[in-house]
Design a protein around this ligand. Structure first.
Ligand SMILES: [Fe+2]
Length: 220
């Protein structure tokens, strides 16, 4: 049997095309660093799509927070994000939600999870880029952390949230965290928050990102 490829799974391919659209269109707000990041993400993504990468079957998995996913997708199905949210809806039952940390603070276990759709661990296999989603329940604080050697951007799909208490971000906003930049996330009281994210960096970093909170996670 031949190994499955991206073109064998049109729903994944359509979702990647929606990511490509998000990173191609829209403004970088005049920020050179954001313009360069957007270009890096979409160039890497276009190159990956062209190679028709392998697909790994990953076991779908839920976490408590995924009870909020339908509402988050509904909220995302508005205005400019409708195509993206519909494409996500088509693969929602195949997503592998996880925590990524060896020790998850107890207060976060029911309120946070992420899933990858493209990266070294699949389901769409590449070591050039990681794409995924992170989902937060209403009223969540995601503790301070940073990513060594990895540049991260979030595109807000649903909900209102803040990073480092600096601003409130709405659907469509793009937030860039450069490598090693400390960040802490809080979400609004009424709605879940769904973010699409992209990580760029050297292949060996993307293969073992070593997720850790910046201060010891409290288990209370
Ligand atoms: Fe982060």
């Amino acid at each position: 049997m031949t190994e499955p490829k991206l073109t064998d799974a049109p729903d994944w391919l359509y979702l990647l095309r929606e990511y490509e659209t998000l990173y191609r269109h829209g403004s970088s707000g005049g920020a050179r660093t954001i313009r360069a990041h957007r270009r890096r993400v979409r160039d890497a993504l276009s190159a990956v799509i062209k190679t028709n990468p392998a697909l790994i079957a990953r076991e779908p998995a839920d976490k408590p927070v995924t009870a909020h996913l339908p509402r988050a997708i509904d909220l995302g199905s508005r205005q400019s994000l409708v195509g993206f949210s519909r494409a996500l809806y088509r693969v929602a039952h195949r997503l592998t939600w996880e925590y990524g940390y060896d020790r998850v603070p107890r207060g976060l276990r029911d309120k946070y999870a992420y899933c990858e759709i493209l990266g070294p661990r699949g389901p769409i296999v590449t070591d050039r880029l990681i794409l995924g989603f992170v989902l937060f329940a209403p009223n969540t604080t995601y503790p301070q952390h940073h990513h060594k050697g990895i540049e991260e951007s979030y595109i807000s799909i649903a909900g209102a949230w803040s990073e480092n208490d600096a601003a409130v971000y709405a659907p469509g906003s793009l937030i860039l965290n450069r490598a090693e930049q400390e960040h802490r996330i809080t979400t609004g009281e009424l709605e879940p928050c769904l973010l699409a994210y992209a990580w760029t960096g050297a292949a060996e970093r993307l293969t073992s990102p070593g997720m850790r909170f910046s201060s010891p996670a409290r288990s209370a």
